[in-house]
Design a protein around this ligand. Structure first.
Ligand code: HEM
Length: 433
């Protein structure tokens, strides 16, 4: 068992790893926080802790008492946390009041970081508007419909591969990770010969067991791969997103921007979808009656929406930085503060319950549709939301039909979850059928 010291330092490493990763994948060595963030105590990280599938009770009680509150951090940065549904929407919906530009914030508070441009999540308008407008056409329902048969084949191939393995199988490595990894390969236009490699570094970037450094190496490897792919497609554009962007906007985008966009898609779509597949399967295994309608051909749409809300695997959105003094949730937030929003906390807020009987802490796929925040809100709302829904709506019924008696191979209490991880998930998901 890890000592308190090890746990604390690994929590901090994960936070640093996450910020480095989100900040355009800057190498940890190139990133200096002047020691400040490494002083963050675990109690500042509590919005990332969970009790099995539920956010820790502390998040719920804070939401009731103070839906916006100051986070206790012993660093010269003012940090605020929003846990209430309305304040969270207000922060995410106010691009004028809040910036996503970590680089500008870092420079202001005396942190330095080797910045690499690219990606949408940490860009502000007008750059964000320009980049997002370029990739949105690749995510229309019309374009995504072309991917649907490919996703069906990917899912059924993975189920065939699982069926060939004896004994307990790690659902995460054998199914939940390869399905989104191969779907993103399809979306981006990664050549078939390279897909084994992409799967390898996708699995490695998910492996937080060894601390933040191993995943960071995998992330840098994937960025290098994507840069080479962009250079190759510049000469000969392929059928996927990279090739289409080069054909339609090749002269407006340089290679670094293209690789940054591709990496943003890989980073945004991989861990999130993998986690939803693994944890969603766990919910179905622990309440097998939920899978019954899927086996008899009922659409999975309502079930998937409630899983998205209930699990809200992206626990905290990208950090926001207040541009001006703002009032949110009854609190005066000064200009230049760092604001974290707890999506998993907000999605359990009782305002979402309306007049419905089941409280928000419980999973109930019969619940009327909610405007949950699992994909965020505002100008940074997930570009891949519809693609993720397609994957989940194909994968859960296929899994339920193929392995009707699937169950966890270990008791729930022995399942290991990724603590203090922005994208919550299990470390492994051993199953039997
Ligand atoms: C169930 C799966 C997914 C979940 C739960 C999820 C969740 C989110 C959330 C919460 C945000 C907003 C973060 C913020 O405002 O700070 C986001 C943004 C984003 N997501 Fe997803 N995502 C998923 C799947 C995908 C997929 C499949 C892709 C692409 C293939 C993708 C690409 C992106 C990108 C590029 C952004 C940044 C958008 C922007 O800043 O304008 N995501 N996602």
């Amino acid at each position: 068992m890890a000592s308190a010291g090890t746990t604390r330092s690994s929590a901090v490493l994960r936070l640093l790893g996450w910020i480095a990763r989100r900040f355009g994948g800057a190498r940890t060595q190139g990133l200096s926080f002047g020691g400040s963030l490494s002083m963050l105590p675990d109690r500042s990280l509590f919005p990332l802790f969970r009790n099995g599938l539920d956010p820790v009770a502390e998040v719920g009680s804070l939401r009731e008492r103070a839906p916006v509150s100051r986070l206790p951090v012993p660093v010269p940065i003012r940090v605020w946390l929003a846990t209430g549904y309305e304040p969270v929407r207000q922060v995410l919906g106010s691009a004028d009041g809040f910036s996503n530009d970590f680089g500008a914030f870092a420079a202001r508070v005396g942190l330095t970081a080797a910045a690499e441009p690219g990606g949408l999540g940490m860009a502000d308008p007008p750059m964000h508007t320009r980049l997002r407008r370029l990739i949105m056409p690749e995510f229309t329902m019309h374009r995504l419909a072309r991917l649907q048969p490919r996703i069906e084949t990917i899912v059924s191939d993975r189920l065939d591969a699982m069926a060939r393995i004896d004994g307990p199988v790690d659902l995460l490595q054998e199914f939940a990770l390869p399905v989104p990894a191969l779907t993103i390969c399809e979306l981006l236009g990664v050549p078939y010969a390279d897909r084994g490699l992409v799967q390898e570094f996708s699995a490695a970037r998910f492996d937080l067991g060894g601390g933040a450094y191993a995943p960071l190496d995998a992330i840098n490897e994937s960025k290098a791969y994507l840069r080479n792919l962009v250079a190759a497609q510049r000469r000969e554009p392929g059928d996927g997103l990279i090739g289409s962007l080069i054909r339609a906007h090749g002269d407006e985008l340089d290679d670094q921007e293209l690789a940054g966009l591709a990496d943003g898609v890989l980073t945004g779509g991989l861990e999130t979808s993998a986690s939803m597949l693994a944890l969603g399967a766990l919910v179905l295994m622990t309440q097998p009656e939920l899978a019954e309608p899927l086996r008899s051909g009922e659409p999975a749409d309502a079930l998937v929406e409630e899983l998205l809300r209930y699990l809200t695997v992206v626990q905290v959105a990208f950090p926001r930085f207040s541009r001006v003094e703002v009032q949110i949730g009854g609190q005066q937030i000064p200009a230049g503060a760092l604001v974290l929003v707890s999506l998993s906390g907000a999605d359990r807020d009782e305002v979402l319950q309306g007049g419905y009987a089941t409280e928000m802490e419980r999973f109930d796929p019969a619940r009327p549709a909610t405007s949950h925040l699992a994909f965020g809100y505002g100008i940074h709302r997930c570009v891949g939301a519809e693609l993720a829904r397609i994957e989940l709506r194909i994968a859960f019924p296929a899994l339920a039909r193929r392995f009707p008696s699937m169950r966890p191979a270990v008791p729930m209490a022995e399942l290991d979850f990724r603590q203090t991880s922005i994208v919550y998930s299990a470390v492994k998901m051993p199953v039997l059928w």
